[in-house]
Design a protein around this ligand. Structure first.
Ligand SMILES: Cc1cc2nc3c(=O)[nH]c(=O)nc-3n(C[C@H](O)[C@H](O)[C@H](O)COP(=O)(O)O)c2cc1C
Length: 173
């Protein structure tokens, strides 16, 4: 497998972590990589909050429906979108940065899972996100304690068309 493709295919959602600290420097390194994500007009409408405090991670776990991994995680990283910088694309841009962050964490040997917090006012309050900004994503992070099997994906021929939606070799017009 080509070097560039490998991490894209091998990243998994990691929800169980070893009982081992994750240095702040490593989390900063992941964010430093994530800030190279592309964005519309290169507006970079994002910021990141690194969380290491146990109490905050537990409060976030309670606030987010799918937040259980945060109880076991050694850190969290939130992605905050700024509508003032990019009124139409801030969420798309922040999601691209979030994906970069997830891949960066994976490439650094860390395990992470995206925790759904978009529109979660309680999670935004816990993190002190200003009213005019948007909490777009949150990651539970730690040293992986598991190597989960790949999760299933839809078949290529069921989701790719040629030239026009609905048309292609498997769906002749
Ligand atoms: C936008 C988004 C929200 C997600 N929210 C949660 C969540 O709240 N809790 C969780 O355990 N996993 C969450 N996940 C992880 C997905 O369940 C996971 O990515 C998917 O099942 C594919 O598995 P994989 O990441 O191992 O490839 C989320 C993923 C995305 C992209």
């Amino acid at each position: 497998m080509e070097g560039c493709v490998k991490p894209l295919l091998e990243r998994r959602s990691i929800r169980l972590y070893r009982d081992e600290d994750v240095p702040l420097q490593l989390l900063l390194k992941a964010v430093d990589i994530a800030r190279h994500a592309p964005s519309a007009y290169n507006r970079q409408p994002w910021s990141f909050i690194i969380v290491k405090r146990r109490e905050t991670l537990d409060r976030l776990a309670a606030a987010a429906g799918g937040g259980a991994p945060l109880r076991r995680a050694r850190a969290g990283i939130a992605v905050v979108a700024d509508p003032a910088r990019a009124p139409h694309t801030h969420l798309i841009d922040a999601s691209v940065a979030a994906t970069y962050l997830w891949l960066a964490l994976h490439c650094l040997g860390l395990g992470a899972v995206w925790i759904e917090v978009y529109g979660n006012g309680e999670a935004a309050r816990i993190l002190g996100v200003p009213e005019e900004k948007v909490l777009a994503a949150l990651f539970a992070v730690g040293w992986p304690a598991v190597r989960p099997r790949p999760t299933p994906r839809r078949r290529l021929e069921d989701l790719v068309y040629l030239e026009r939606y609905g048309e292609g070799p498997s769906n002749p017009a």
